[in-house]
Design a protein around this ligand. Structure first.
Ligand SMILES: Cc1ncc(C[n+]2csc(CCOP(=O)(O)OP(=O)(O)O)c2C)c(N)n1
Length: 559
């Protein structure tokens, strides 16, 4: 008879799990032992539980299956909390297994104890502790269902270590298979009628369309209906940014001129997005609680519809079947074709205006726009771009023109730390694709230790570190609220290229804008992990501001 640990691993295979990320712990040794006998599941050993959890989140975003991480109790579990939070905020399915104390010691306040239900209940969709060995595999299958259904998110399973060793019966329950909810024909007609009658419609689409099939359905729908489409935060890779129907990426910190014209829409159709604070530009697109135009919201989770916005048409359905059904309808001739064309062209022109980049030289290093411009020129159309959180990301968001064949891995939660682990997970998942990460000097020293994981597993990541010697994003806020007073944001950094070499990766330094194309080419051509220390300008603090312009604005305000 198998142990519960071996039966769990068998169930993971049935659930199509082919890779798990971990930091080993003494609390789940039987699972590690069972995984060693399961060649169909890669075990990726990471250097920090946040790295393991973030790789699992990134893997979920790439595969549309739940990402899986195993961590140890207490400190291991709390280290992984960043990933649990991100999975919730990003709507990414994650199953986090925690090896718990033996059952006999629970409730005694012992070494490394945590009540996981209390700890994770605000972040996880479900937290469960399994005390009955015979039900471990079944609970795991249910965890995968919960993680995926409705709004995908994290599930935490804690398992007392002695449960893993117990012998259980051979019988395994059949895991539930996902069954997407399709819209009814009447629901599709309701959308088609309103869309056909609108002069200034706007489609807002979110991460639930991120699979290859979702992207194809979105493209088919937009091409059929010729409707302008804007993507939710950090999802501008869902649709070809050069397409005349692309109406923009609803990102963070956009100047009003970049999005306010979208509020003139006479119909908003929101599909597969939770319409969060950032995407809606702080609840102004659409306006909360009463939008200025009819709002149609399609989402598989009824709790997401009408939560913030008065919604004219509510459709509880999965994104892909909805887009496919709408793409199959024949649009009527628009009521005012030239007005509709003018609207679409105006929105797309605004996208191109915002994306235009004029090379500019900084007095104290490389404007990070040079790196993004070189990536725009040199990356193939199937490249994966992982990004950490920080000002450097603004150049990527603003100036990189994504194709729907690119993949963008970024944290909607806004957490620093995703960049390097996500790049490692991507290079493992797609060994033949270029995988680039842009990360700040702050973020790189949070989870850049996973470069060791990249070296260990031969993950060909190219990490571009925007080294401006500052927690630049916070410096930006500081310059607005406390001009000229720098507190807690300056950084003294190691030699990142030497650090990379010490890890066994290639280390390059980029010091001048002129060298950018050749250094980027060298990084992309290297057959192994690379770190490029981009000596980045602090004066050019973000894609929208310089230290000088911020000081001038402060002085205008009488500071
Ligand atoms: C885990 C985490 N800690 C803190 C923050 C707050 N925060 C947001 S951006 C930022 C600075 C980022 O600095 P860096 O990585 O150097 O990039 P830069 O902004 O300088 O381009 C900080 C501290 C965060 N978002 N996530």
């Amino acid at each position: 008879m198998p142990t519960a640990a071996r039966q769990l691993v068998t169930m993971l295979r049935r659930l199509d799990v082919d890779r798990v990320f971990c930091v080993p712990g003494e609390s789940y040794l039987p699972v590690l032992d069972a995984l060693a006998d399961e060649p169909a599941i890669d075990l990726v050993t990471c250097r920090h539980e946040s790295g393991a959890g973030l790789m699992a989140v990134a893997d979920a975003k790439m595969t549309d299956r739940a990402g899986v991480a195993f961590v140890s109790r207490g400190p291991g579990a709390t280290n992984a909390a960043l990933a649990v939070h991100m999975a919730e905020q990003d709507g990414a399915p994650l199953v986090l297994f925690i090896g718990q104390l033996p059952r006999t010691n629970l409730g005694r306040g012992v070494f490394q104890k945590i009540d996981y239900e209390r700890t994770f209940s605000d972040m996880a969709k479900w937290t469960v502790e399994v005390h009955d060995a015979g039900r471990l595999a079944e609970t795991a299958a249910e965890a995968f269902r919960v993680a995926r259904d409705g709004t995908p998110g994290p599930v935490v399973i804690s398992v007392p270590e002695d449960v893993f060793d117990e012998q259980v019966g051979d019988a395994l329950p059949e895991p539930p298979r996902p069954s997407p909810t399709a819209p009814t024909p009447d629901e599709v007609t309701a959308v088609a009628d309103r869309l056909g009658a609108a002069t200034r419609p706007l489609l807002m689409v979110g991460g639930q369309a991120r699979s290859a099939r979702g992207r194809a359905a979105l493209a088919a729908c937009v091409n059929r209906w010729q409707v302008p489409v804007a993507t939710s935060y950090k999802h501008q890779d869902l649709f070809d940014n050069r397409h005349p129907c692309f109406a923009g990426h609803l990102g963070f910190g956009l100047p009003p001129a970049a999005w306010q014209h979208l509020t003139e829409a006479d119909l908003i159709v929101a599909v597969g997005t939770r319409l969060n604070e950032i995407t809606t530009q702080c609840y102004q697109l659409p306006r909360a609680p009463a939008p200025d135009q009819p709002l149609i919201h399609i989402h598989p989770d009824p709790a997401q519809i009408g939560r913030v916005f008065e919604t004219t048409v509510r459709i509880v359905a999965d994104t892909i079947p909805f887009l496919e059904a709408l793409a199959a309808r024949t649009p009527p001739p628009p009521p005012a074709p030239s007005a509709r064309d003018a609207w679409r062209n105006r929105l797309h022109m605004a996208v191109l205006d915002l994306a235009r980049w004029t090379p500019s030289d900084a007095p104290d290093g490389v404007d990070f726009g040079h790196v993004v411009a070189a990536l725009n020129d040199q990356l193939p159309s199937d490249a994966v771009l992982a990004m950490d959180a920080g000002n450097f990301g603004g150049w990527l968001h603003r100036h990189f023109l994504f194709r729907s064949t690119h993949l963008l891995l970024g944290a909607i939660s806004g957490a620093m730390g995703l960049g390097t682990p996500a790049a490692v997970a991507a290079a493992l998942r797609y060994p033949d694709r270029q995988v680039v990460c842009v990360v700040g000097d702050g973020g790189f020293l949070m989870t850049g230790n996973e470069l060791a994981t990249a070296v260990q597993y031969g993950a060909r990541v190219r990490l571009f570190v925007a080294n401006n010697r500052s927690y630049g994003t916070i410096r930006l806020h500081q310059e607005k609220l406390f001009p000229g007073r720098v507190a807690g944001t300056d950084l003294t950094n190691p030699d990142f290229a030497a650090l990379a070499e010490a890890f066994g990766a290639r280390g390059l330094v980029l010091e001048t804008p002129q060298d950018t194309p050749s250094v980027v080419r060298e990084a992309l051509g290297h057959d192994g992990p690379v770190v490029v220390d981009v000596r980045t300008s602090l004066e050019h603090l973000s894609t929208f501001s310089t230290l000088t312009s911020l000081a001038a604005a402060a002085s205008d305000r009488g500071h």
